[in-house]
Every structure is written in C-alpha cells, then in structure tokens.
Design a protein. Sequence first.
Lengths: 250, 718
Amino acid sequence: MIQAIELVKVFPTTDGGEKRAVDGLSFQVRAGEIYGLLGPNGAGKTTTLRILSGLMGPTSGRALVNGLDLADDPAGAKHSLGFLTASTGLYQRLSPRELLLYFADLNDIDRRTARRRIEELIEWLEMGDFADLRCGALSTGQRQRTSIARALVADPPILILDEPTLGLDVLTNRLILDFIRRQRQRGKTILLSTHYLDEAERLCDRIGLIHRGRLVAEGTLDELRGPDRERRLTEIFLQAVGEESSAAVA
Amino acid sequence: MLGIRKVRTIYFKELLETLRDRRTLIAMLVVPVLLYPLMMMIMVRIQVYERTELQAAGYTVAVPNQASQALLERVIEQVQGRTDTQPVVLPEGGIRVVVADAAPEALGEEIHAQVMFSPETTDWSRDEDAERRPPANERIVARIVYRQTRVHSDAAARILRQVFQAYQERLVQRSLGEVQVVLSRVDPDIDLERLLHPVELTEEAVDTQQELGGHLLSQIVPFILILMTVTGAVYPAIDLTAGERERGTLETLLAAPVGMLELISGKFLTVATIAILSSLLNVASLAATVRFGGILHAMHQGAVGEVPFRVLPIIILCLIPYAVLASAMMLAVCSFARTAKEAQNYVTPLILATMIPAMVGAMRTVRLEGPMMVAPIANVTLLVRDLLLEEAPWATTSVVLASTSLYAVAAIALATRLFGQEAVIFADAVSIRSLVLRRYLRPRPTPSAALALVVTAVLFPVTYYAQTQVQLHRPGDFAWFLKAWGILQFVLLVGVPALLCWYLKIDRRTTFRLPLPSPRFWAVALLLGAGSPVVVIELVQIQARYFHFSDRLAELQEPIATGLWQLGPFLGVLLLAVLPATAEELLFRGFLLSGLSTALRKWGVIVAVAVVFGVFHFMAVRFATAALMGVLLAYLCWQAGSVWPGVLAHLLHNGLMAMVVYRQEWLESTGLLSFSDDPQVLAIPRLVVGAALLALLLALFLCTWPARQRLTASVAQG
C-alpha cells in the first residue's frame, strides 16, 4: 500500500553545504497494518513522511501510495491518503465542523456523504461539545482530535501519522491510540512515526528503525527482539543506532 | 527599581536577533537606501520633464481681428528678451497669434487660448500716432479666455499672464521716467491708478462644470485609487499565504488532493475580490466626498464643478484588471515569505514601488500613447485620468487592459511557482539558496508555466521600450532602424530565454522545440505561409472598414516601405522576415508554448500563446491578425512537435507581406493585387482569396491528419 523505493532527499544547507536527510531508504507498509517508523531526532522520519504524503519531492527514488507514483499522479495518490502531523494547525476562524466540510469538499466528497461522515467522526472522537466553536478557542487536545477528524474525513484507506500524540494529556492520548487501533480493525493501512517507544510497542505490527536517513533495522517486534523475548524496544533501538554509529565511525 | 543591567541584556539580545534576521535587514535597507532616492529622482525628473515639455511646446493664441493680432504681437515683441523688466521666458515653440473665432470647446488642442481686447484698446493701437503718444496714456484692457482643464491651454494662459505683466512693468517704467516732473507738481489731471496699472487683465476659464469636476478628480483620483487598491490587497495576500504557512495549516492543505494552481487560483480570487471591493468602495467614497463635501467648490474658487458620474462605471471596469494585477503581485511577493512579518517587509517596498509609476501617471503632460500604454501601473493611472477627462479612445483602452491582464497572469503564475517551493514551505529543512543557486537546481526538460509567462511579460515592455529607443536614436533613418531593431529583437527574444535556460538547467532542445519535424509539416508550413497573408490583408481591411484603424496602418506601413527601399531585397527579407520570424517563433512557440504546456491542455496552450502573441504586437490594430496567426502557428508547432515549420511559415508570411509593400507595382502588373485610389484599399481577386483559403484548409487538414487517421483506426478496431 505504501512503498518507499531507494528514497534520497538532499537539502542544501544555509552554510552552502548539503545534507542527506534521507539516504537510500526503502520499506513497504502492507495493507491493513500499522507500521512504526522510529528514530532519533534528525533521523529523517519527518522528511520521509513528507515525501510519502506528497508534500515534498525526493531527490531520487520513488514513493508509491496505493500503487500510484506520487511523482506521476500526485492528486490520485493523495485521494487515498490522510496525513496528520503534531504541528498541524487549524483555521482559527472556522469551527471544526466547517473545517471538516472544507476538507471533504477538497477531497471531492459529495455534501450528503460528507455531512454523514462528519457526524460519525464527531461522535467517535467525542467532539460534540466543541464542534461548533471556533478552532481558535479550542484546547490542545480538542485541536488534535479535530486534526485527526480532518485526516479521516475523506475516509482514506491509508493514514500517515507523524507524532500524533505529541504533547497530549493522558486522556486524549488514550482516546487517540484507541482510535488508531479501531482504524486498523477497519482495514486501514497506517504509517506511524513516534518518539514514544512504548506506544510503538503496543500499536505497531511492524517497526522500521531509521537513523541518519537509512533503515537500520526492520521487522515485527518479535523479530527485532530476536531470541531475548524480554528485550524492550528502547534497548533494540539503542543497539541498532549504536551499531550504525560505530560502523559510521569505523 | 529599573534594573539597567537587565534592560541592557534584553536590548542586546533583541538587537542581535533582529540583526540576524537578514531578510528584515534587507527590507529595512532597501527602502531608505534605494527606494527613497529613486522616488525623489523620479519626482524631480517628472517635474523637469513637465516643465521642459511645456516650455518646448508652441502655443497658438486666437484673437478676433487683425487689430488685436497686431497689438498682441507687438506686446509679445516688446517684452521678448528684455532685461529691464521681469524676464519672460517665452516658449521655444513660440507664440503664434492667429485671427480666429474659437469656440470655448475648441480651446486646448489646436488653439490654446484666446485674447480679447476692449474696443478702446484696439482703437488706440490702430492710431498711427500710437508710438508717439505719451505712454502715460497707453492703456490695455484684455481678457484671456482659456481652459484650465487642458494642460497646454492652462500653460498658454500662464505665459500670456507673464507677458502682459512684463509689458505693464515696461509701460510703468517709461511713464514714470517721462512724468516725474509733472508728478512733482502734483498735477491733478494725472490718474495715478491708471499710470501705475496700465494693463487691466481679466481671465476667463471656459471649462464646463463636468470638465472641472473631471479635471480635479483626474489630478488626485488615479493616484489614490491605485494606492488604495494595492493596500486593499495587502492584508488578505499576507494572511492567505505567509499567514497560512505560519499557522501550520499549509501542510495539511498541500497533503489534500489539490493542485498548486487550483490552490493559488482560489486564494488569488479571494485577494482579488477584496481588492476589487476595496476599489469599488474607494471610488464610491471619493465620488461622494467630492460631490457632497464641497471640494470642487473650494478648489475652483467658486465654480461648482460636477463629478462626471457617467464615467465612473468605466473607471471601475478598468480598475478590475488593475486590482487583479495588484492582487497577483501581492500574492507573488507574499508567497515567497515564510512568515507574516517577513511578508510585511516585502510588501512595504512593493507598495512604495507601485507609487512611482502611479506618480508618473499623475503627470499632466504625459500622454497615454507609445510605451506608456504598456508601462505597468502607470498605464492604468493614465487611463483612469483620461477617462475622467473623457479623452480615452477605445483602442488605447484595450491595449492598456490587455497588457495589464498579461502582467496579472504572469504574476499569478509566479505566485503559483513560489508558493509551492519546498524552500518556502519547509523553512525548517530547506535553505532558500536552493531556489536560486545553479548548483542546487535540477535539470528540467522545459521551463515552468510561471517562468515562461514571467519572462514573456517582462520582455513585453522591454521590447516596446527598446523599439522606441531605437526609433528615437536616429529619427527618420528607417533602414538603420530595421537593422538595429532586427538584431536587438533577436537578442532580446531569443538571447534572454536561452540564457535563462542555461542558468536554470532547462533543456534548450525540448524547450525551443528544436528537433526536426516529419517532412509533411514543411508542406503545411509552405501552404500556411503562402495563404495567410491574403487572409490577414482581408482581415485588416475589414478592421479598417468597420473600426477605422486605417490611419494607424498607414503610419506603420510607411517606415517599412521606406526602409525596405533603402535596404534592398536581400537585407530586407533577412531583417523583416527571417530574423523576426525566427525570434518570435523561438520565444512564443518554443519557450512560452513549452512552459504553458506544463500547466494547460493542448487548446488552452494554443489559445493562451496566441493571445499573448496578439498582445505582444502592441497596437490594438494588429491584435486580431496577430492572434489569428498565433493560433495557426501554435497549432502547427504543437502538431509538428517542432518549431521549424512555424519559422518557415512565419518568415514566408512576413516576406510576402513585405513584398506587398516593396513590389507593389509588380504585383499589380501580374493581377494578383490591385490598389484603388485609396492606398489603404487593396483589391484582391476572388480567385486569389479562394486559393489562399484553400491553402489554409489544406494546411489544417494535413496538420490534423494523423489524429484523424488514428481515430479512424480506433473506430475500425472498435
């Protein structure tokens, strides 16, 4: 459902040099699974997700969503995508309901279906109390719930979630995680990036560890643990990153 | 208690941060260091130009009879070049005094002012002993009739006023010299008032109330409207671009299935709507203030003046393209900004920059003609002024509107291009250098639509100015003009895009569509090139018949014919046919067509290229024919996948058109063409017209043939 093939992204830096934010990254997210993309800050997670959601073009390599190459048919690929980041802003002078309707229109959903879908989302995400307030007046948790509803309004088969629980309180956090699980049960394909490794342990079917723009380990949690079934993801992560760093130094 | 140390710490930290914001600094420096001196320079130049222009002009003053003529000429002669009185600088073009009965509405263009003397003044001047009569008895009672709404009439009245004043001084000096003895005896017969004021001058401005109203409005309204329309576009432009980016809503929007052009178009329409509403409110408010606020009354010392309300709808109509241009410019600038603060830094110089052409447009002596018709912003200012004075012809209006629309489209395209740049969207990750430094640019097969449109839009006024400068360099030397312009045009139209392609790593072979076509397109080119001149000539004559464009055509043809005779056929064909055809084809059907084809579909591209090609031919008279040729040539280029058949067709067309001028007699002798008594009317035998149309049809058929063949094949298979 999502395929990254030899993705490379090189940025010119302000000092006149270049930075390889993504360096030959390849992985695949299968239909109906939650794939966790984990890595330290600056590992290239956000850049990868931006490429896979069509916000950025790769310097080389291909990004396929639902079988469509984002370079060839960006609109077609985006129709099957829901994208959410922690830094997502909302239109301050629109209410969540108006905002959801706006994005439903942009996704070419007819008004009737859109209204029905919006009511469902408001109910699922417990947004009834604030659905008609202006977004500028919402709390962080309410804003994140609105953002999630926005990503799902077109009912896309694929979700790309970049740090969806960053900075949320415990209650909203749990609500969001439950919601992500429910989406998997509904057959959605989810690519998730998070800093919270315990979240990844509980949610993800498969995990890819990324460091310096490259995939350093990939598999199910059990595959990553190897023979030691008690190993925590943190240890696996540190080991993989450490090996990569040592190899780079050597 | 105020902690000085902490204040100092905060001060230095804030200063450090502010000074590290390089973009703010640039905006801070650019405005005072560059823009203000530039604005001052331009203002001074404008004033000098206006003064020089009025001083260089010649003025015609009408008087009712020969006695008045003799008197006025004598008055002028007496003050000319004198140093003992207040010096009068007479205009370089002189003052011509004619005997004519000028109606008030005729004052302004041919006759600038009228002088009426009282009967006793002229009686006295007829007196043969006038010269010997004691000057103390000389008295002139005169009335200057003029129109203050017409710049040259107003200037003529001012000059006459100075002349009479100087003459009065002279008379007083003479009188005082002669009568001082008499004065010392206090002769009661001497009328001191008459002695000291021998000239009694009155003035009468004969403008109608509507003209006065229009004149006053034309002085202030264009400038205010231009400024307010731009200002109206500022806030939404910032909010919808940099504001959206700053609030973090842009990423989600870009992740939705929306094309960048759709996104910018929607945003642009919002900004334009608000700018247009702002224009409308400004026009309405200004009209109401002028009408009910007593401004006209105050300005014209008692004359009431009326607002020419009937021109208001036309002004609004003309402001719409301007509001569109202003919105697109604002959007383009703000699209480049990453924060609202940064956008404001860019917008301030832009607003000030729009004031420069608006100021030029506020000049009374500048006419809306020649290069001024295509000067961005200045042309709209001048058009609004002329509309208020009810002096704007439709042909000029159409050129202004067409050129403004072209600039607006280019600005929208630029906004689209900038808004989607990664370096602008993801300021956290990507340096802005990636937009401009060659080493970061990725090779591309063709330019973007934005680049193609912006380059064409910039080349439009540049070529116009260049052409005018070449013409002015050696006035009347048409052979030199054809040579210089032929080369310069090629450098501008081909050199500039080619250089850009090199820098931006754009493939020149695909961009200019240089591969050779299949052989049958050469046949299409021959048919098109041979048939099109006849159709164009017929079209020109229809235009001349119904739209009265013939005078301008004659003006255009004369220098070409003269230049051609001087150059001879070989150089003539090279300069009139080969060079322009190659240059125009490479720019329009190469660079522009390739760029537009990245954003539009086949017929959208063909029509857009044709319209721009039509607008590029400057004068309204040539728009229709150029646009028609544009459609045919763009279609040929699209079908052939090559620019070369278009070059052949174009040069054949140009060559044959030149031949009509150059080999007029020979063509008549062959019976292909005949000229009637009116040199504008060409009679082409029906057989020739029929053959030309047939050639065009055949060319079109050959051009579309493969598509038909494929269609037939697919139908057969189906």
